[in-house]
Design a protein around this ligand. Structure first.
Ligand SMILES: [Zn+2]
Length: 371
């Protein structure tokens, strides 16, 4: 009688977190702060965006202000949604082009350095693009750390965590720590992440007393998480269920321990929005397999705030593999889709993929859980 919850960015958005198309705002904020801290010297990410997309420097300031207002909402008020902007292309576009340019060994340089004759322009290829990419990820991480400080809880996730049975599985595409924290608090045990082993550690890298147990509720994070560190030498994964510990070049996390027990420097493990995603990491492979197994067995599939985008081929293919297996066993799942408003295009995407009866719940996750 188990359930699989597939939680997308729309579910965290109900807690005041940005959805993918709004992620350009924390990037603008990061660039403005960077320049302030570096006495007017722009980040290489800004140089890249200026060269490739003719980024409007003045627009950056106003976008950064809007992000500030979004993060620091006076208590008791709900954050206003961020407006659509044409200031920069989407984060999806920026990351996809950088990823393809690295893979195909393209150059987009030299960078445009109009203002200062003393400033050297950069060749935007290879390692330089890799560093531009690191700055983008650092900008996203910095934005989510601000939210983690100002709004660390989501009531709907707390209710979800309370209602979970041992056989239920929560699968999510989100990197934020709202679900981790809710499960940790409500079940008094850290979540089981479905990785090939994970050490639960504190901020300083010491092992936590409480590790995953057989009672832990399962939380499978398909795109990795901001509260993970991965060792590219021995393959260990470190997790802090309550705090962001992802290390990134360019994000200021001075007290964070980045050294693996094996002595090598730890990296982050997140799959960023891009048309060319890669899931070769061994831990992610295991998580995806666990998610599919759960879909093969569960009585109900409950999608929450997941928009089922046409280009998300990996999730679509996983769902279809599970559908085909279930058809062979003649046990189709009961499918629910929870969103925060009626959306006909969304409903049509779900119907087209599954060709089945789907129960739509457009009144939000809280109201669904209260049923
Ligand atoms: Zn290691």
């Amino acid at each position: 009688m188990s359930k699989v919850f597939l939680i997308g960015a729309g579910a965290s958005a109900e807690a005041g977190y940005p959805i993918t198309k709004e992620l350009i705002y924390p990037v603008a904020h990061y660039l403005v702060e960077y320049k302030k801290n570096e006495k007017g010297r722009p980040s290489r990410l800004e140089q890249y965006l200026g060269t490739v997309y003719s980024l409007d420097e003045h627009g950056l300031e106003s976008a950064a202000c809007l992000w500030d207002e979004f993060v620091n909402v006076p208590s008791g008020q709900a954050p206003k949604r961020l407006p659509d902007t044409e200031l920069m292309p989407s984060i999806m576009e920026i990351l996809s082009v950088v990823d393809v340019a690295i893979a195909e060994q393209w150059s987009l340089g030299p960078s445009r350095e109009g203002h200062s004759p003393s400033r050297k322009s950069r060749e935007l290829k290879g390692n330089e693009l890799q560093r531009v990419r690191e700055r983008l990820v650092a900008a996203l991480l910095t934005g989510f750390m601000q939210l983690d400080r100002t709004r660390p809880y989501h009531h709907a996730f707390e209710l979800l965590a309370k209602s979970l049975h041992r056989d239920d599985v929560v699968v999510t595409t989100n990197w934020d720590t709202l679900l981790d924290r809710a499960i940790c608090c409500e079940t008094s045990a850290p979540p089981a992440y479905g990785t090939l082993g994970a050490r639960l550690v504190d901020y300083l890298g010491h092992d936590l007393k409480q590790q995953e147990t057989s009672e832990s509720r399962r939380l499978y994070k398909l795109h990795g998480s901001f509260n993970w560190q991965y060792c590219p030498r021995c393959g260990n994964l470190y997790v802090n269920p309550n705090k962001i510990i992802m290390p990134v070049e360019g994000a200021r996390l001075s007290s964070l321990d980045r050294e693996c027990h094996c002595g090598a420097e730890m990296d982050g493990l997140v799959v960023t929005p891009s048309f060319v995603k890669r899931y070769l990491n061994v831990h992610l492979g295991n998580i995806w397999r666990g998610a599919q197994k759960a879909l093969e067995a569960a009585r109900e599939w409950i999608f929450v705030g997941y928009s089922l985008p046409n280009d998300d081929l990996w999730i679509r293919a996983m769902l279809l593999r599970a559908v085909v297996i279930r058809r062979g066993q003649k046990t189709p799942p009961i499918i629910h889709m929870v969103s925060h408003k009626k959306d006909l295009e969304l409903e049509s995407r779900y119907r087209q993929l599954f060709q089945a009866d789907i129960q739509f719940h457009p009144a939000g996750f809280l109201s669904f859980l209260a049923q």
